[in-house]
Design a binder for this molecule. Sequence first.
Ligand code: ATR
Length: 291
Amino acid sequence: MTGRTQVYGIIGYPVRHSASPKMQTESFKHLGIDAVYVPFEVKPEDLERAVLGIKALGIKGVNVTIPHKERVLKFLDFVEDDAVFIGAVNTIKVEEGKLLGFNTDWLGFLKSIEEEGIKLEGLSALLIGAGGASKAVGYALLKGGCKELHIINRTFSRAKELADTLSQIGNVFAYKLSDSAFEVLLKKCILVVNTTSLGMKEEDPPIFDYSLLKSEHIVVDIIYNPLETKLIKSAKERGCKTVNGVGMLVYQGALAFEIWTGRKPPIEIMKKAVLESVVGPGGLEPPTGRL
Ligand code: ATR
């Protein structure tokens, strides 16, 4: 480090499980950029002061993670349209003393799907979950061209609320989570995306009866640790194409990197860093892995 080293970071609570410091630091190193990326553990009650501190300390940019993604918007000078619609910011850039907010989660998800050769145009998708992460994923599925989005959630009111918001940009339907609803919806939907936190812990129950999956289903789980959730494992056993959450994590980080530096992100370096964080020596302990 030198007196000119630029500082980037991530604010969250907790934040110690994040794979982003390793992923971003390795990228700066790879491109010879004189910058560091550090974790900032910020309690909810300190969020406003911490955000003001970004400017005061001359920090160039930060990622924002749970539980601050939604509340941070009101402390920013400008928020781009996608982030306003989603109601969450995961990337802040400081430009000419102004705090600019972006959401790269949704496009990160979309890129990770495209990277796997999955074409969303005209597909019917089943989105499981209606929490914070679900909104960015639902937005991406519709922006990516899905003709119908079916949202199923344990708490129906949250599914309904998310469906109401997303119906501004597509055909969206809400359901309460039940075996019978899955039975019907899996006949309609080729693409199945888990955005609940179920599957992060070894002892988590299955989300639905996985024997309902057929080989033509494409199954995505945005969890990246473990790399293979019970859902992904069962889908593979049934011959389905599967995608885990590593790509979404990598691409949301890559897009943030590009916003901050204007440089092309080193995707393979970032992927390697994430995989080492999850399974490598000194790797993150589960449950950790979901945006
Ligand atoms: P995040 O912001 O990370 O998405 P969240 O807003 O707490 O987190 O959302 C977690 C999602 O996982 C929700 O869809 C939640 O369902 P509810 O809206 O009913 O709470 C879902 N979820 C968590 N634990 C679950 C469980 N045991 N069974 C079914 N769904 C669960």
